[in-house]
Structure formats: structure tokens, C-alpha cells
Design a protein around this ligand. Structure first.
Ligand code: SF4
Ligand code: MG
Length: 283
């Protein structure tokens, strides 16, 4: 069985020292090993942004796609090969601005993949502009007088779009983050995991200390029922979305693949005895 070290490659990340994305990379590698995957059973598909580089830093199949389009590619990979565990990943700009249409419809569709968003409430790769997750009044080069627009609440949107797995974590909590990614991988449907992943270079407001002071960890909330969508929505609204843990899971709804009549579960070669595996490879 592969250890987390086998999900490492020899590419050195060029994230800034202290960037929250390092923890997400480590958590994916640990979670993949903990659920018993081998590197050739995992595909990591990413969009564009600092976080989008993550697919190049994990020893697995990977594709660094185009801006906001990690999800269409990841869903296609999964439908082409249901045996692969597929993780899509990117940043808040990638997934909640240019890619938002794909995000909402992927949630509705409920294909069995895991989507990990590294949410730093800013555009880091382009050197610090306001993102859809930036708070009202947030000052950057693109909003020098402070952002006028309200911040998007992606997890409330996910719940109202029929999400079957919604979780949130924080780069400083590697144990919780790893465990949520494991649960997301095991979930039979679309799992959304938003991660507060601080940008230490350009976001001087939403820092590690700021999150530590403001986050409510659901592991400490007594009586919380993650199978209750109303609980989930209420708790998100009460905390302004600053909530970590498993927020909602619906284990009853089947994945898209399981609901498509006649959708093949086995590779084509296994279904058609007239084609050998060797012949299939040549197709
Ligand atoms: Fe991370 Fe920000 Fe540096 Fe990008 S600019 S690598 S998000 S710290
Ligand atoms: Mg961002």
C-alpha cells in the first residue's frame, strides 16, 4: 500500500513560504494514502491561479487546465474512467468567479468527484486583486477605496443547489483537513471542501491569526447534525460562513453515474469480450 511519500514528486512548489496551499498539498497526499489509493488510481485536475499549480506537485495523474474549467475536465475524466479517484482543485477566483457556473452545475449534477477550493479571499497569482470572496470594504489594487460588492457565500450557494457533501477547513488544521478530504473521497457523489488557505503575501487582513480568532470549529459544537440541511444553513449564516468541519452530508442521494441508465461501470474492454485489453489500448 502506498504511503503519503509516494504521492510526492520531485517538483519543488514555487508558492511563497508560508502559503496555505502547502498544507492542502500535504493533506491530499496523506488522505490519498489513508484511503488506500495508489498514485495511478488518483487524478488531480486543477484550474489557474497559485493554487492551480497543485496538480503538478502530486505524484498522480494530473492536468493543469484552463481558468475556471477544472470541473468540466474533472467530470469528464471521472465519466471516462470510473475507477479513478478524481480531485478537482483551484482557488476562490477560479471556482467562484470565472468558474462559478461550472461549480453550481457540478454540485447539482453530483458526479462522484471531490472539489477542493483554496480560498484566500484574493487573487494571488495576479498580485493581489479583490476576489468574489473578499469582504465588503476590502482594499486592494483593484478596489483602492474598498470593495463595494458583497462577498459571495459559496457554501450557502452549494446547499441551496442540492449539494450532497459540504465541508470547510483551514490550512493550519492539517489533521481536520486530511480527514475531511478522506471523507470527501469516500462520499459517493460530489464533495465540496472549501479551505481557508491564507495568502501571506497579498492578503494582510485574512491572516492565520485572523482565521484562528474568527473560526468556529464544528467539532466543538455539541448537538450539531450534519445530515440536517437546515442546521447547516443556519450555522453558516450565524457564523458568516466562518465554520470548519463537516457541514452537511446527504448519503441517500445517488451519484449521477449511478442514475444514468446503462452507464458502464466497467472499462469497455471488460464489457465487450470481442475486444482484448491490448486491443482496447490501441483504440
Ligand atoms: Fe500563496 Fe499568495 Fe504566494 Fe500565491 S501569492 S503562492 S496565494 S502566498
Ligand atoms: Mg484566491
Amino acid at each position: 500500500m502506498a504511503t503519503f511519500k509516494e504521492f510526492r514528486n520531485n517538483v519543488k512548489p514555487n508558492w511563497c513560504p508560508g502559503c496555505g496551499d502547502f498544507s492542502v498539498q500535504a493533506a491530499i497526499q496523506r488522505a490519498a494514502a489513508n484511503v488506500g489509493l495508489e498514485p495511478e488510481q488518483l487524478a488531480v485536475i486543477s484550474g489557474i491561479g497559485c493554487s492551480g499549480r497543485i496538480s503538478g506537485y502530486i505524484n498522480a495523474y494530473g492536468l493543469h487546465g484552463i481558468h475556471g474549467r477544472a470541473l468540466p475536465i474533472a467530470q469528464g475524466v471521472k465519466l471516462a474512467n470510473r475507477d479513478l479517484t478524481v480531485i478537482a482543485s483551484g482557488g476562490d477566483g477560479d471556482g467562484f468567479a470565472i468558474g462559478m457556473g461550472h461549480t453550481i452545475h457540478a454540485i447539482r449534477r453530483n458526479i462522484n468527484i471531490t472539489y477542493i477550493v483554496m480560498d484566500n479571499q484574493i487573487y494571488g497569482l495576479t498580485k493581489g486583486q479583490t476576489s468574489p470572496r473578499s469582504a465588503e470594504g476590502f482594499k486592494t489594487k483593484s478596489t483602492p477605496e474598498g470593495s463595494i460588492e458583497s462577498a459571495l457565500s459559496p457554501l450557502e450557494l452549494a446547499l441551496s443547489s442540492g449539494a450532497t457533501f459540504v465541508a470547510q477547513s483551514f490550512s493550519s488544521d492539517l489533521k481536520q483537513l486530511t480527514s475531511l478530504i478522506e471523507e470527501g473521497i469516500k462520499h459517493e457523489g460530489f464533495s465540496l471542501i472549501n479551505v481557508f488557505s491564507p495568502c501571506v503575501t497579498f492578503n494582510k487582513v485574512n491572516t492565520y491569526d485572523w482565521f484562528k480568532e474568527n473560526i468556529t470549529n464544528l467539532d466543538t459544537v455539541e448537538g450539531y447534525d450534519s445530515s440536517n440541511r437546515i442546521h447547516a444553513m443556519t450555522k453558516l449564516m450565524e457564523t458568516g460562513g466562518l465554520l470548519t468541519g463537516l457541514i452537511y452530508q446527504n448519503k441517500d442521494r445517488k451519484s449521477y453515474e449511478d442514475l444514468v441508465p446503462g452507464f458502464r461501470k466497467e472499462p469497455l474492454a471488460a464489457q465487450n469480450p470481442a475486444i482484448t485489453a491490448e486491443e482496447f489500448e490501441k483504440l
